[in-house]
Design a protein around this ligand. Structure first.
Ligand code: ZN
Length: 174
């Protein structure tokens, strides 16, 4: 079994858990960057994982607070899937990974860190990325690192969506 080495995960495990749901953050523009929310659609949102397994690790969640995939009405599910597809496209376009993991953990025994609000993980991968991540200073460096990633990815999700369509069209031509 392959285990990603992400020492800042210890910060997450050790941090006191707040009562608020991390996926139910305010959606006004000023609140997006502090919460690392990259984009909000009618029924879904995409955010950077504050405790990532890799640079550009995204979380995609419905705006409805639910643990059940089957709770989502069809239109909300479709919007969520559309945003998931978009998130993969953005990661591929902006970060040029060699591969992408897409996954969802339902329930604590399946490995979900947040069990009461379902969410998808999109994790860009590079060959050897389990080995190169530095140990020293990772916890202190990460917050700045996250905001840099945020600022790099945010334009792809901020309306209008021209940036993504333009680049993805371009990449198909190569
Ligand atoms: Zn929630």
């Amino acid at each position: 079994m392959e285990v990603l080495w992400a020492p800042w995960r210890m910060q997450y495990i050790a941090a006191p858990k707040s009562d608020g749901c991390i996926f139910c953050t305010p959606t006004d523009t000023a609140a997006l960057r502090p919460a690392l929310v990259l984009g909000v659609t009618a029924h879904a949102r995409v955010m950077l994982n504050k405790y990532p397994y890799a640079n550009g690790h995204l979380l995609i969640a419905p705006r409805r607070h639910t643990a059940q995939l089957t709770d989502l009405p069809e239109d909300e599910f479709c919007d969520l899937m559309s945003l998931l597809r978009r998130a993969v496209a953005v990661v591929e376009t902006a970060l040029r990974p060699q591969g992408v993991n897409v996954g969802m953990n339902l329930g604590a025994c399946a490995g979900a860190g947040v069990t009461d609000h379902l969410h998808w993980h999109v994790v860009p991968r590079w060959v050897g990325d389990t080995n190169f991540m530095p140990v020293v200073g990772a916890v202190r460096v990460m917050p700045q690192h996250l905001l840099e990633s945020y600022d790099r990815l945010r334009p792809y999700f901020a309306p209008p969506a021209a940036a993504l369509e333009g680049e993805s069209h371009h990449s198909h031509q190569r």
